[in-house]
Design a protein around this ligand. Structure first.
Ligand code: NAD
Ligand code: GLY
Length: 353
């Protein structure tokens, strides 16, 4: 088993092991909550619902299940309110816990609900997508979207622990697996040349080193969270490809997968960095090639002006400037503060017409 310790204001562990889900009862039992709200989505419930409920039943742990529709639409204020109301109607209080069993959507929604319900109850992350395993289940960022933009309302709320079973990824559709690979590429470009090379070979749910790859990403994230839990500085690096990515997601009406939008965002930054002489041609080619090898998209047809408007609404943006994450080389990321005219130029350089 791989165990990664996250030294945040409330330290916790991320347990990564194939088959660990069947030992969930042991991990849960030791926490001593009275009952748990098991939050999941329709797809995950259809595939794993019965199995999970049996684990709790065998251990006589009381759970109340709440299932939300699958997809980004569930990261909304209305679903959040329905969930909080359900918790109140079922007499949840601070001696109870919440389990977010699903992908990034369930994790972000559940974490936020746990962060604000009765001023905060504990929660546990059990990621069931690659994206959630390598990124969203760790680090305590929670949020829902507003019609004005992505992740605009949320809190930092670290989980009690994270239990990651890579075997659960066997049922994940290929497109969703690839979406997670985009976030792994983000970690590789930012911090890990060895992982970068590894990703030129096929990675799938059967890969013998999948737990290792997940652990590497989680370890990189844990290191960043240790240094800058509340994103005052270095944590911004984790937004590589995200400013433009979030704009693309919004332009698509949140129909495009998060990781796909991030992949396009990384490609745009890479081409712009090359045009501005920040990134050398050989490095830029390799990054674009890595995205291609992993069958990720690298361009968008949404108008640049529309993307610029959405970037201005990003929560990382200020009135006149925004911090954009760029890199000079693999493992050499930089934060560049630019005004919106400069961002417009960058988009023009990065988007292929
Ligand atoms: P998701 O939660 O929508 O899951 C993708 C799809 O996979 C859904 O249809 C889901 O039902 C299905 N699914 C989940 N697990 C499955 C399994 N084991 N087998 C079969 N199907 C399964 O999307 P995601 O890609 O996991 O997460 C994207 C979200 O994460 C976005 O909202 C993004 O903003 C957020 N995010 C948050 C952070 C953070 O730090 N909090 C970081 C990155 C991304
Ligand atoms: N996914 C970016 C972060 O957690 O900071």
């Amino acid at each position: 088993m791989n165990i990664v310790k996250v030294s945040s204001s409330k330290p916790y562990s991320v347990y990564i092991d194939r088959g660990i889900i069947d030992r969930l009862g042991e991990y849960i039992r030791s926490n001593g909550y009275v009952k748990y709200l098991l939050l999941t989505d329709e797809n995950v419930d259809r595939i794993y619902g019965e199995r999970i409920e049996k684990i709790f039943k065998n251990r006589q742990i009381k759970i109340v299940k709440y299932v939300v529709p699958a997809g980004e639409e569930s990261k909304s204020m209305s679903i959040l309110e329905e969930l909080l109301t359900f918790m109140a109607e079922n007499h949840f209080n601070r001696s109870d816990g919440l389990i977010a069993f699903g992908g990034g959507v369930v994790g972000d929604l559940g974490g936020f609900a746990a962060g604000i319900y009765q001023r905060g109850i504990d929660y546990i992350q059990i990621p069931t997508t690659l994206l959630a395993a390598v990124d969203s289940s760790v680090g305590g960022k929670t949020a829902v979207n507003l019609s004005s933009g992505k992740n605009l309302v949320g809190v930092f709320k670290q989980p009690k622990f994270v239990l990651c079973d890579p075997d659960l990824l066997e049922t994940l559709p290929m497109d969703d697996f690839r979406s997670g690979v985009a976030e792994i590429i983000k970690y590789a470009v930012l911090f890990d040349g060895e992982l970068f090379k590894r990703l030129f070979s096929k990675l799938d749910s059967q890969s013998p080193d999948l737990s290792e790859v997940i652990s590497k990403c989680v370890s990189h994230k844990a290191e960043i969270v240790k240094q800058d839990e509340f994103e005052a500085g270095k944590r911004q690096l984790l937004n590589l490809g995200h400013t433009v990515g979030h704009a693309i997601e919004k332009a698509s009406g949140y129909k495009m997968r998060h990781g796909y939008a991030v992949a396009i965002g990384i490609a745009i930054i890479t081409r712009a960095g090359l045009a501005q002489g920040i990134i050398e041609e050989g490095v830029a080619d390799e990054v674009l090639e890595l995205l291609n090898v992993n069958k990720l998209p690298t361009n968008t047809l949404y108008p640049i002006e529309e993307l610029l408007e959405y970037c201005k609404g990003d929560k990382k943006g200020h009135l006149e400037s925004i911090n954009v994450i760029m890199f000079r080389d693999i493992e050499k990321p930089v934060i560049i503060k630019m005004n919106y005219d400069e961002l417009y130029i960058m988009l023009k350089q990065g988007v292929m017409s």
